[in-house]
Design a protein around this ligand. Structure first.
Ligand code: F6P
Length: 390
């Protein structure tokens, strides 16, 4: 494809969609600075891609002074929306809410406004919409974002490092109170379909048990781990669970209000695990949900740098006229891959990931193996059997 920039001042639009993540503002800043350096104009579409349905209200020009001081700021100066899908735009009708396809309006408005390219910053949902809009003729470049780190095609998404740091600090803090009270503490972190945050923060924070969506757990195995800790006189336990962790044969725990609203909002698995652990093992247990604390506040240095590199690279992709692609980290380089590849499926934690292997080798439970008592002579892995029978 030929470069669209030859001798012409381009007008590009930026949009942030889905749940916010620390580093969004760093992407906006880097993309804007790079574009202005090339002599281009930059606009922001507010509240996700659906902002292009009503650009009179949801379009802002981004001037260099608008991005001053935002490098280290959490959130997004453009606002974002979880339900910003123009292909399934919800309108109220007398018969109740109805979904209509307004993608044609989005394409028309994009052209009417004279934009040359759209940089869409988002996770799997947003980039899926971006891909559909690209197929309808909008020249789009994607930038991978999500604290859940569940996007294919990039080593890591920005926002993830910050979320893991926040969760790890919380686990550190829970240790002292758990130890003082000789309690079991169950902490729920984000991770709808993928357990990256729970795994990384759990291992970094020294958790005793980590529950992730990829490994259905047995509540009795969790209790066994807690009892084992008491037996070896450690007297306190830390369980880290992804919000999307599922008990074996059970279902993901949804918030009641969201169920009534027909929205799949997760939350409550830590409370359930905590209650069951206390009931079954007799160990005094408390639970907490870290929730949106993991998405707020300053990005870490790693996320700022990654977001900056991605934002600037996205503009260079526009300059080269390479659309329908997503910039990505393939350490040590920033590369680009087709959007279609990035949204093929979610990137969940592979069960043979070395962090899981290392965690298991250090005795961290994933709530899947039976506890030492049942394991005796049960035919579980040779090293485990050897350890429990000697
Ligand atoms: O950003 C992804 C995520 O953090 C999920 O882990 C979580 O289920 C979801 O966002 C919650 O987002 P919200 O409360 O904004 O709908």
């Amino acid at each position: 494809m030929s470069s669209p920039s030859k001798g012409r001042k381009l007008r590009i639009a930026l949009s942030t969609g889905g749940g916010d993540a620390p580093g969004l503002n760093a992407v906006i800043r880097a993309a804007t600075k790079t574009a202005y350096h090339l002599g281009w104009e930059v606009y922001g579409i507010q509240e996700g891609l659906a902002g292009l349905i009503d650009p009179r209200r949801k379009l802002v020009r981004i001037d260099p002074e608008d991005i001053r001081g935002i490098l280290n700021q959490g959130g997004t100066i453009l606002g974002t929306a979880n339900r910003g899908n123009p292909f399934k735009h919800v309108v109220r009708t007398p018969a109740g809410p109805k979904e209509v396809d307004l993608s044609g309006t989005v394409v028309r408005n994009f052209r009417k406004l004279g934009f040359d390219a759209l940089i869409s910053i988002g996770g799997e949902g947003t980039l899926g919409i971006a891909h559909q809009l690209f197929e309808k003729g909008i020249p789009i470049v994607g930038v991978p974002k999500t604290i859940d780190n569940d996007l294919l095609g990039t080593d890591v998404t920005f926002g993830f490092d910050t979320a893991v740091s926040i969760a790890t600090e919380a686990i550190d803090r829970l240790h002292s109170t758990a130890q003082s009270h000789r309690r079991c503490m169950v902490v729920e972190v984000m991770g709808r379909y993928a357990g990256w945050i729970a795994l990384n923060a759990g291992v970094s924070g020294g958790a005793d048990c980590i529950l992730i969506p990829e490994i259905p757990f047995d509540i009795d195995a969790v209790c066994d781990k807690v009892r084992e800790r008491d037996r070896i006189k450690r007297m306190f336990s830390i369980v880290v669970t992804s919000e999307g962790a599922v008990p074996r044969g059970g279902q993901r725990v949804l918030q009641e209000a969201a169920q009534a609203d027909h929205v799949e909002r997760l939350g409550g698995v830590a409370e359930w695990v905590g209650r069951e652990v206390q009931k079954r093992s007799g160990k005094e247990t408390r639970s907490l949900v870290l929730g949106h604390l993991q998405r707020g506040g300053h990005p870490t240095t790693f996320d700022r740098l990654l977001a900056t590199r991605l934002g600037s690279a996205a503009v260079r992709l526009v300059q080269e006229g390479r659309f329908g692609r997503m910039v990505a980290l393939k350490t040590p380089r920033i590369v680009s891959i087709p959007l279609s590849q990035a949204i093929r499926r979610l990137k969940t934690v592979p069960l043979d990931h070395d962090t899981i292997t290392s965690a298991r080798s250090m005795g961290i439970s994933f709530g899947d193996l039976p506890g030492p008592r049942e394991r005796r002579g049960s035919g579980y892995g040779p090293s485990l059997r050897r350890k429990t029978t000697t």
